[in-house]
Design a protein around this ligand. Structure first.
Ligand code: GLY
Length: 565
């Protein structure tokens, strides 16, 4: 349960004065390594790799492949994502395996004949599929930083797919939800059926032979098992016959990219984030720079002053995100150094009126719709190498289409581009240049895999799904740990809010804001709206002094688990 912890700071200061680290039931502790993901089976796979001598990169790759089998809403080989990696010597890097627009993509492909957003095309059908990047990204991570053989990392996922696993209630729920959708593809109608063609029931063994065979090709041929040969041919055939535009040439040309992380500081912590085409790292660090200027000792967690300040910080962070960010290979002029600078933070901080909400007018810009389903995993090995990996199909189950021969689901990530140049609306459609559609361009993402270090050692590994809300839920969790000294489980469970410039609305998690605080915020000019849960955070903190890894998976994740050894 998320809680509002009205007097958490006092409680924690007392608690932590007595104990070196806070022991709670919701946290997992270990001495030799830790994997936290949205699915217990996948976390177990990651830990088995650590036990067999693999490093954090190996474990993250194996966990990601396992999630493609056990958590198909977002775990994938048909989508894309990002890795932030901090090794035990303090060297940080990132791998960008974001999907790309196909060669045949056009800037107006999601517009109607009047040049307006075509709601029938946006996020729908195979034209909304970006060229998948996951296999290339995991393969590059292994080639550069892995230790165990590649085949050993893919094999556990093959076994889960071919031998099957007990169908969990979470997937049973998803099957009901998908079946309620009109116009479900034949592939998806058959996806959750048993071998007799009947709907799978909780506890039945679910096997995915088609996906198992695709994974075997990836195991045996590496990246080429996906981007060339029979898998690539079948993807291209399926696309052509069903209205898609991805070709074998698109697949063959796809490359993951190793990029320098974005780096910032908060007091004596160093923050490593994902650079563009993610907007997550820049925006999170920029917002932490503003929070560093606030005296948090005088701002009680969850008070009116807290919610107001954090909202104003988010409003500014998201306005800059919208104004400037996109694929770096297509936007050489992004002012990244300025956005990350402490001077710019001071300028932005001084604009905040502590008594009144700012107005999100059209001089600054808002965000487009982004799907809210994605998944994150955090890993640390015994040597202190840390991986923060977030990947996605965009919406839950992506475009909900796929070839039954291949057994995996395609993303609908093309919906993360700005669909109509110049059209930015108060409801959140955005038309800035940096993120317009172009062939082979990567669409802007909000995924925010993050690693914080202290004294040269990893201190916090964190990330979340949630579309646009990802940046804010990860930001608040980092702030809770670094600024409010919360242990990882409390930092994850504490109330989250979300503001993204446009629409000019402050969203807060249901039941977690007191009526008095809500009234006070409204009287300051905030438009407030209750929502369900924000984020599903998967985090690890490392207590270097006691050499203890402490992990927690968000209680909102039905199958999530922190597993250590
Ligand atoms: N599709 C969600 C994101 O990339 O932020």
């Amino acid at each position: 349960m998320r809680t509002s912890f009205p007097s958490i700071s006092l409680y924690l200061y007392l608690f932590m004065a007595l104990y070196p680290f806070a022991i709670t039931e919701a946290q997992t502790y270990s001495k030799n390594g830790m994997v936290v993901s949205d699915n217990a089976l996948a976390s177990e796979v990651g830990v088995s790799i650590l036990k067999n001598g693999g490093n954090a990169v190996d474990a993250s790759i194996a966990t990601a492949f396992a999630l493609a089998v056990t958590h198909p809403a977002a775990g994938n080989i048909g989508g894309g994502g990002f890795i932030v990696y901090l090794d035990s010597s303090g060297r940080a890097t990132t791998i960008d395996f974001r999907e790309k627009a196909p060669l045949a993509a056009q800037s107006d492909m999601f517009q109607d004949k009047n040049g307006k957003l075509n709601a029938d095309a946006d996020h729908k059908g195979l034209k909304s599929v970006g060229v998948p990047g996951t296999v290339a990204g995991l393969y590059m991570a292994h080639q550069k930083y892995g230790k165990l053989p590649w085949a050993a990392l893919v094999q556990p996922a093959i076994e889960l797919a071919k031998n099957g696993f007990s169908f969990p209630w979470g997937l049973y729920h998803d099957a009901q939800w998908l079946n309620a959708n009109e116009g479900l593809s034949d592939f998806m109608k058959a996806y959750f059926l048993n071998t007799k063609g009947l709907p799978l029931q909780p506890g039945e063994i679910w096997k995915q032979p088609g996906l198992g065979t695709t994974l075997e090709l990836i195991r045996d041929l590496g990246k080429d098992g996906f981007y060339k040969g029979v898998v690539a041919q079948e993807i291209a055939r399926y696309m052509k016959e069903n209205g898609g535009i991805i070709t074998e040439a698109d697949l063959e040309r796809y490359e993951a990219v190793e990029r320098q992380p974005v780096k910032g500081t908060y007091k004596d912590y160093t923050i490593y984030g994902m650079p563009p085409p993610s907007s997550g790292g820049i925006t999170l660090i920029a917002m932490m720079n503003l929070m560093e200027l606030a005296d948090l000792k005088s701002i009680e967690f969850n008070s009116t002053a807290y919610v107001h300040l954090v909202t104003e910080v988010m409003r500014r962070g998201f306005a800059d995100r919208a104004a400037y960010l996109g694929d770096p290979d297509f936007n050489q002029d992004m002012p990244l150094a300025k956005l990350l600078s402490k001077d710019y933070a001071k300028l932005r901080f001084d604009q905040i009126n502590p008594k009144m909400a700012s107005v999100s007018d059209s001089t600054l810009l808002g965000q487009p719709y982004e799907g809210s389903h994605t998944t994150h995993l955090s890993v640390i090995d015994k040597d202190g190498n840390a991986v923060s990996l977030t990947y996605t199909l965009e919406e839950s189950y992506g475009v909900a289409m796929g070839s039954s021969k291949l057994g995996f689901i395609f993303n609908n990530e093309m919906g993360d581009f700005n669909p109509v140049a110049g059209v930015t609306t108060s409801t959140g459609q955005i038309g800035t240049k940096a993120n317009l559609i172009a062939p082979e361009k990567r669409m802007l993402s909000s995924m925010t895999p993050t690693i914080v270090s202290k004294g040269g050692k990893p201190y916090l590994v964190i990330g979340s799904p949630g579309g646009r809300t990802i940046i804010n839920t990860v930001f608040q969790t980092v702030l809770n740990v670094l600024g409010y000294d919360m242990p990882i489980d409390r930092a994850i469970e504490a109330m989250k809010i979300h503001h993204q410039w446009l629409p000019d609305t402050l969203f807060y998690e249901k039941d977690l804001l007191s009526p008095d605080t809500r009234d006070a915020l409204e009287s300051m000019g905030h438009k407030v709206q209750e929502v369900g849960r924000l984020g599903l955070l998967m985090g690890i903190t490392y207590d270097a002094e006691n050499k203890v890894f402490i992990g927690a998976s968000d209680s909102g994740s039905p199958e999530g688990k922190a597993v250590g050894y």
